[in-house]
Design a protein around this ligand. Structure first.
Ligand SMILES: [Zn+2]
Length: 366
């Protein structure tokens, strides 16, 4: 970094364009919204009725190492997202928050089947979220912030509705749904359980990513790519288990790791979330350092902004501080993400050339 380069602060990080591919709608609510929706819809059982305390509770419960309290956080967010109004509000606010953080393109995902407890149809859920995203884009534009949204529909591994959700994703692909994902517990629920859904998506030339290689190892990544046909990996950090570093520092890639790197398969890496769930011991020990050094197609993501108390800017700040990344590196992560988006190629190119590169121009060395 030269002396003329603007210094890297949370403030300056917010001003550069960022691209987010892995963010859960039900993991990104504002604590105040959780409280207000709970009150409006008669949802009881929140652990606090005070905004700051509730926000802190979400982070600590997700941090506790207990699966039970981790899942409880999502029980509360999903609990208050069971009406069209609530979904519109949560979706619109997500866009506002991302835009305020300088995100210019975001793919936000959710599982429609989690929001039908009070009788909404899957279609009504999708339409409410799309209306919210459109409203959020308008509000951001009014404040002079450009942001473009894409939606990913998730199926839950432990339920048996993947094909139905895949069909829903294809039905709404001209309405803002750009892809599909499967989420939920990896252990005991290999992605191959949903082969019919992936086959349907491939037959329809639709895009999908799969949560794989977060807590669970290489087998899950291998199945996701070679059996299911995933274009990207949600997390995928366990690919490091197929990379050997010798005592002299030489690095040897196994066949799967080499395949992932050779094929430029994007890794949707979520550093803070991985530390919270124990997939990495700390940011310093997070495999992202090695994977970026080896030029895997690494992207940086937030996963659950509420539970991790993070934003794209704070993730960038943590990585820059830990690994000494400069503006060039952050631009590289951003272009990696834009290249890997499930958006039409010409639109990706347009965002890279007309939004991302000009946005970093004052910061990066020519
Ligand atoms: Zn995730």
């Amino acid at each position: 970094m030269t002396s003329e380069t603007p210094s890297m602060t949370l403030e300056s990080l917010r001003t550069v364009p960022k691209v987010l591919l892995h963010d859960h709608l039900d993991g990104g609510l504002r604590p105040r919204t959780v409280l207000e929706l709970a009150e409006a819809h008669g949802y009881s059982g929140l652990p606090s009725s005070e905004v700051d305390e509730l926000g802190k509770w979400f982070r600590e419960a997700a941090d506790s190492g207990s699966l039970e309290s981790y899942l409880e956080t999502f029980a509360h967010t999903c609990g208050v997202m069971q009406t069209e109004d609530a979904l519109v509000r949560v979706a619109a606010e997500a866009v506002e928050d991302l835009a305020a953080d300088g995100v210019v393109y975001a793919e936000v995902r959710y599982a429609p089947e989690l929001f039908v407890e009070r009788g909404l149809s899957l279609e009504a859920v999708v339409e409410a979220v799309q209306a919210g995203f459109a409203e959020g884009e308008r509000r951001a534009a009014k404040r002079g912030k450009f942001i473009r949204m894409g939606t990913l529909l998730c199926a839950m591994r432990q339920h048996a509705r993947a094909l139905e959700i895949a069909e829903l994703a294809v039905r709404y692909r001209d309405g803002g749904v750009v892809g599909f994902d499967i989420a939920g517990p990896e252990a005991g629920f290999p992605p191959t359980r949903n082969l019919d859904a992936f086959e349907y998506l491939r037959t329809n030339n639709a895009h999908f990513t799969i949560h794989a290689g977060e807590a669970f190892g290489l087998a899950s990544i291998w199945e996701a790519i070679q059996h299911c046909g995933a274009e990207r990996l949600g997390h995928g950090v366990r690919i490091v288990d197929d990379i050997e570093t010798g005592p002299d520092g030489t690095v040897r890639l196994g066949r799967l790791a080499a395949y992932v790197r050779d094929r430029r398969i994007p890794l949707e890496i979520c550093p803070s979330s991985n530390v919270q769930t124990g997939a990495a011991a700390s940011i310093a020990e997070h495999p992202i350092g090695l994977l970026a050094r080896l030029h895997f197609r690494v992207t940086v993501n937030t996963d659950n902004r509420l539970m991790s108390g993070c934003s794209m800017s704070s993730e960038f700040a943590a990585l820059a501080e830990t690994f000494g990344y400069g503006w060039d590196d952050l631009q590289w992560f951003t272009i990696n993400a834009m290249k890997s988006a499930f958006l039409d190629f010409d639109q990706r190119l347009d965002l890279i050339n007309n939004v991302i590169k000009p946005g970093y121009a004052p910061f990066v060395s020519a």
